[in-house]
Write a protein that binds this ligand. Structure first.
Ligand SMILES: N[C@@H](CCC(=O)N[C@@H](CS)C(=O)NCC(=O)O)C(=O)O
Length: 211
């Protein structure tokens, strides 16, 4: 499985045009639980940023750090209003689509919870509701907040990609989640996905094992 959280950080770096070196950790080899990695991130989760001697984990914190260090283009808003709206959008992503999506992702990629189809259906209903909201928000605007890509888009995009990938797997088909095809039910989200994919450097952020 690709980490949506690491993907956020790579997208941020590409949007800002900051050179970086990414190290792929293989969970099957428990790379993320090695003593060397745990010294950087005691939770043993990805991503972790190392900038010289400075080490930081938690994807949103890393995005905020990078925005402060490399302010152009700003991803946390140009005005107080935009900053507020971006954080509202990120909070909504984490609280609603993120929680529901995680149920599906865990079930499809790790087999945990497949025996509880009712819970997965409830999660799918939440996801459909959240996707509808997003589709409406994107009907008259290229980006979630303001006139350019922001942390709101960057925080959401990898999650959407992972949900769609989970929904396309054989194990999800019998569940009739009603999430695919994206372009049919959520055409504005589909157009937004294409806009994110057109960001210069996007290809470098795409999970290598998905290609
Ligand atoms: N809140 C963290 C979440 C990080 C996270 O859950 N990463 C997952 C990969 S998607 C991970 O490393 N899991 C390994 C584990 O928990 O052992 C962030 O935003 O960075």
């Amino acid at each position: 499985m690709a980490s949506p959280f690491a993907w956020r950080v790579m997208l941020t770096l590409e949007v800002k045009g900051v050179p970086y070196e990414s190290k792929l950790l293989e969970f099957s080899k428990e790379d993320h639980k090695s003593s060397g990695y745990l010294r950087l991130n005691p939770r043993g989760k990805v991503p972790t940023l190392k900038d010289g001697e400075f080490v930081l984990y938690e994807s949103l914190a890393i995005m905020a750090y990078l925005d402060r260090k490399y302010p152009d283009p700003p991803i946390f808003g140009k005005t107080p209003q935009e900053t507020g709206q971006i954080w509202r959008s990120i909070s909504e992503t984490e609280s609603y689509l993120g929680l529901a999506g995680n149920k599906l992702i865990t079930a499809i990629f790790f087999g945990k919870g497949l025996e509880k189809p009712d819970e997965l259906q409830a999660a799918a209903a939440t996801m459909r509701e959240e996707l509808s909201r997003l589709d409406t928000a994107l009907a008259h605007s290229d980006w979630l907040v303001g006139s350019q890509v922001s942390a709101a888009d960057i925080a959401l995009f990898p999650l959407i990609q992972l949900i769609l990938r989970a929904a396309s797997k054989d194990a999800a088909k019998s569940l009739n989640l009603g999430l695919l095809p994206l372009g049919q039910s959520y055409p504005n989200i589909a157009a937004w996905v294409r806009r994110v994919e057109a960001i210069p450097g996007y290809e470098k952020t795409y999970p290598p094992h998905w290609k």
